[in-house]
Design a protein. Structure first.
Length: 577
């Protein structure tokens, strides 16, 4: 049954999915341990084209383990009795709860690991969240849009996938995900400016009406005092008339000023509507023209169906969705020591929600922007932003020989929650970065070691995209996109367990070096020890920012491929010697 026997893999999953009946046999045992068919029995009430959904999904999950690149090849090789249309129909079924299915597999992984003493770990556990770009080539895919790719800093056609996963001390496994589209910031800003200009016009008109009403009142008052002077020309009545006339003239002048201001506001509103129309034409909503959006696949879903919930999730705030997924993970038994995020996700709302989980021992550790957020110092109660704090405490920075980094620790509060701020600068020309945590007992070095676990999700994205075709779904139906992503993650969980069973190691922290069938050591350790040692030497000469180089290397596919090749070659030479 094995196809494509000439395919070569140099990566971690590639090492697993390479040729060999022995590997295939071990994978089959792993599938048996996961009770794959039993897990799929939750779909038995659903059928597509006369076939049980459980049978069809089973075929979709196991196909790469037998070397089949796609459904067509599997059906053509007669490895499956069902026709290909049945498989596609199953993926597009809106009644399938893919979210529950993925969580069941993650829970099964945990039970299997914890039932084996040799596989248990006592390390730090973490729930980690991040998003990644899923590039697409067809504008007719349901709900596809132009999204910003932070790696290339360009806009590409596709989706953003937000993943929440669990680091159990030895491996990273996905727990939940959501797929999002982006409206585009330029049109949003233009609409916001236009809306603000419109509100300014309305406000100016209301103010003018009030002053005009005041003028009417003062005109009536002046007429009254004029009649009083005519009937009884005393000094008191004359002074009242003069004051009334002066007040009326002052109000008339105010009206002239307000009319002028209103005219300016109306011109600004007209300009903003023109600008909005220009931006809408050049940068339309979701980055697609009306014609493109009209030609997209469109499917009516039953209200409240699982597919309907997923499609509605597309335009929700990623921070709100992330918080919901963390809560769902904890409810399902994944209670971590830390929740780890990067700068994009950190905000008061996230801090407040995670702080509510402190009773369960869950703490937040996140990189934060060096922006305008105001932190209140515990020492004197004064509020400062990140840059201001650097100016105040920069000269008092401590130095870590182990990490060759300067750091500043500042006790503070945010939204009334006690936190510690860690400002970190690595390298001679490194820039200050901010890490925020509500774990008040954690030290600098431990904090840095814990935060490094966040890179495991970056590796997850790379492995799933490279070996399990995450994001390569060509389905026009959004339900099919969700199904393919879920299947890739289920496969990843099974292969992660395979590594733990056969090598007593994980590939979760970063890519590992594969030599024949044995794993020698992780690229994570080499990057952190060997690679960073080289960069630190260069830093002393070139004064570069180590963290920037490390981050770019991890996120740049070409750079990572070169690093893997270098380490693989080094291992080959070492073994040959």
């Amino acid at each position: 049954m094995q196809q494509n026997k000439t395919t070569k893999y140099n990566g971690d999953l590639g090492g697993i999915l390479k040729d060999g009946q022995e590997v295939q046999s071990k994978l089959e045992k792993v599938m048996d341990l996961f009770f794959l068919k039993k897990q799929l029995s939750i779909f038995d009430d659903l059928k597509e084209k006369g076939h049980h959904i459980s049978t069809l999904v089973y075929g979709l999950i196991i196909q790469p383990f037998y070397g089949f690149g796609n459904i067509y090849n599997m059906v053509k090789a007669k490895a499956a009795k069902e026709n290909k249309d049945s498989y596609y129909a199953a993926k597009n079924n809106e009644q399938i709860d893919w979210r529950m299915f993925l969580m069941l597999f993650a829970k099964k992984f945990t039970r299997l690991v914890n039932s084996r003493d040799t596989m248990k770990t006592n390390g730090t556990t973490a729930i980690i969240g991040d998003d990644s770009t899923l590039r697409k080539t067809g504008k007719k895919i349901e709900k596809v849009s132009m999204v910003h790719d932070h790696v290339t800093n360009t806009f590409v056609l596709g989706f953003k996938i937000l993943v929440v996963g669990y680091w159990d001390g030895g491996s990273f496994i996905p727990l939940d995900f959501s797929i999002h589209r982006e409206k585009g910031s330029k049109l949003r800003k233009a609409k916001k400016a236009c809306s603000s200009a419109k509100k300014a016009v309305i406000k100016a008109k209301d103010r003018l009406k009030k002053v005009e009403a005041t003028l009417q009142h003062k005109q009536e008052s002046a007429s009254f005092h004029r009649q009083q002077v005519k009937d009884n020309p005393t000094n008191t009545n004359i002074k009242k008339l003069e004051a009334s006339i002066a007040g009326k003239q002052k109000t008339k002048q105010k009206i002239i000023e307000l009319e002028k201001a209103l005219l300016e506001k109306e011109q600004q509103y007209k300009q903003s509507t023109t600008e909005q129309a220009r931006v809408a034409k050049k940068h339309p909503e979701y980055g697609l023209s009306r014609k493109d959006k009209k030609q997209q696949f469109n499917k009516k879903r039953a209200t409240g169906s699982f597919g309907d919930k997923r499609i509605n999730e597309m335009d929700q705030s990623k921070i709100d969705t992330f918080i919901s997924m963390v809560k769902r993970a904890v409810k399902n038994g994944f209670v971590p020591n830390f929740v780890l995020t990067d700068t994009w996700f950190f905000c008061q709302k996230l801090l407040m929600e995670i702080d509510k989980m402190s009773a369960k021992g869950i703490k937040l550790l996140s990189m934060a922007k060096m922006g305008n957020t105001m932190y209140t110092m515990v020492s004197n109660g004064k509020a400062h932003n990140a840059q201001s704090l650097i100016q105040i405490f920069g000269r008092k920075a401590k130095y870590s020989r182990k990490l060759k980094a300067h750091y500043i620790k500042i006790p503070a509060t945010l939204a009334g929650i006690r936190i510690n701020l860690f400002f970190v600068k690595v390298g001679g020309r490194g820039k200050w970065r901010l890490l925020v945590t509500n774990d008040l007992s954690i030290g600098f070095i431990t904090m840095m070691e814990v935060y490094q676990l966040r890179w495991s999700i970056e590796v997850f994205f790379k492995e799933c995209k490279q070996y399990l075709k995450l994001g390569q779904s060509c389905s026009s139906d959004f339900d099919g996109q969700v199904a393919d992503a879920t299947i890739a993650m289920v496969q990843h969980i099974m292969l992660t367990f395979f590594k733990r069973v056969n090598y007593q190691q994980s590939f979760g922290d970063l890519f590992k070096e594969i030599s024949s069938e044995m794993v020698e050591s992780s690229l994570a350790e080499k990057l952190w020890e060997s690679f960073l040692q080289v960069i630190r030497i260069l830093d002393e000469v070139l004064k570069i920012d180590i963290m920037d180089i490390h981050e770019e290397t991890m996120r740049n596919d070409k750079a990572m491929q070169l690093m893997k090749q270098l380490i693989f070659q080094k291992s080959t030479l070492k073994n040959a010697a």
